[in-house]
Ligand binder design. Structure first.
Ligand code: DAH
Length: 354
């Protein structure tokens, strides 16, 4: 074997050895061992002077390639080290993880429960698919009563129960009234808050087919409208803010007598119905009509409903109220949401705002 061939072999060996040691030696060690002043590369390169002229030229090219390979190997290690050092740099600011949060309506439900729990209400839970009896008949709305039409009911396609009638998706949380009376089995008083999903055949930008209501029911001796109004006032201040006022207006529901609609003063204009524009002139509030928002219904429990729940209406009285969680939530935030269906659209961009 000529000396030239021998050198060629040595150069191949050198590269193979380098590649073997890439993972076991440190960058510094590799640098010194292979590319250092007295390193293996220079030792090999210094042999060039012993070659013939034309061999020198060829071997020069081999050496160039070898050097490039060695340098490339070392650069790769350098890059990896840079990256792992970055990962280990404890002084760098942390990477913020996206953490989810409760759905805005779940947040509202949580808050509403707590508000009522603070004044001794107990959260109840009843079926969302219930018999006609609890949703309508027991609430003083016998079969075929026209008042039922107000609730755009989904009926379940199933044989009707001989006494309790058809199954329906609950159109309101008022189904919990007689259910709660039955549950406590005349162990009065009742202070119930029932928050649940409700369903109606309606879907447009202010309605979703599934929505939430909360229903309060109190049954005790000597209960009167003042207790009802006091409870509504308390809720208004706790949920919407200390300055919020509430009012009740005469209305008609079959399950309460007397019945009321409940309004809360507007969060945006403070109940005045006006806002001042930039020229300090009065403009009517964009958020409300005349300072008030209608939210739901309330009233003194009808004696027939107490009777259906096995309660002696001569000894006991009750009040009840019920309204929408979505509506309360948007009012609280002063939100004018163009399309309420966005709450249930699973659109993260929308939900992440809350
Ligand atoms: N359930 C009624 C509705 O969905 C609201 C309501 C009115 C509830 C009067 C009540 C009440 O408890 O007393 O429109």
């Amino acid at each position: 074997m000529s000396y030239y061939q021998d050198l060629l072999k040595q150069s191949q060996k050198l590269l193979a050895q380098f590649q073997l040691e890439l993972n076991s030696l440190s960058l510094e060690e590799l640098n010194i061992k292979y590319l250092g002043k007295k390193g293996l590369f220079n030792q090999l390169a210094s042999q060039i002077k012993k070659l013939k002229k034309d061999e020198k030229k060829d071997f020069g090219q081999v050496l160039n390639q070898l050097k490039a390979d060695l340098e490339q190997g070392l650069n790769k290690i350098q890059e990896n080290e840079n990256q792992s050092h970055q990962r280990l740099d404890l002084s760098l600011p942390g990477i913020k993880q996206n953490i989810g949060h409760l759905h805005p309506i779940s947040q509202a439900i949580e808050e509403i429960s707590q508000i009522f729990e603070r004044i001794g209400f107990v959260r109840a839970d009843f079926p969302e698919v219930d018999w006609d009896y609890y949703v309508f008949a027991a609430l003083n709305m016998p079969d075929n009563h026209p008042a039922r039409d107000e609730w755009e009911t989904f009926f379940v396609d199933q044989t009707a129960h001989p006494k309790l009638g058809k199954m329906v998706l609950t159109t309101h949380t008022s189904n919990g009234q007689v259910r709660e009376m039955e549950r406590v089995k005349s162990q009065l008083p009742i202070r119930m808050i029932n928050i649940s999903r409700c369903y109606r055949r309606q879907s447009d930008n202010t309605h979703t087919q599934m929505f939430h209501q909360f229903e309060g029911l109190v049954v005790d001796k000597n209960i009167n409208i003042q207790h009802l109004k006091g409870t509504i006032d308390y809720f208004a201040k706790e949920f919407f803010g200390a300055k919020t006022k509430s009012r009740i207006r005469p209305f008609h529901f079959k399950f309460t007598e007397p019945s009321f609609e409940v309004d809360f003063s507007c969060q945006i204009c403070g109940g005045t119905g006006y806002l001042k524009n930039k020229h300090n002139k009065k403009e009517s509030c964009r958020f409300c009509k005349s300072g008030w928002h209608e939210v739901g219904g309330a009233g003194m429990v009808h004696p027939n409903v107490l009777k259906a729940g096995g309660i002696d209406s001569k000894k006991y009285r009750g009040f009840a109220f019920g309204w929408g969680v979505e509506r309360s939530y948007t009012l609280k935030q002063g939100l004018n949401i163009d399309d309420i269906r966005l709450f249930y659209s699973a659109e993260r961009e929308f939900l992440e705002q809350f």
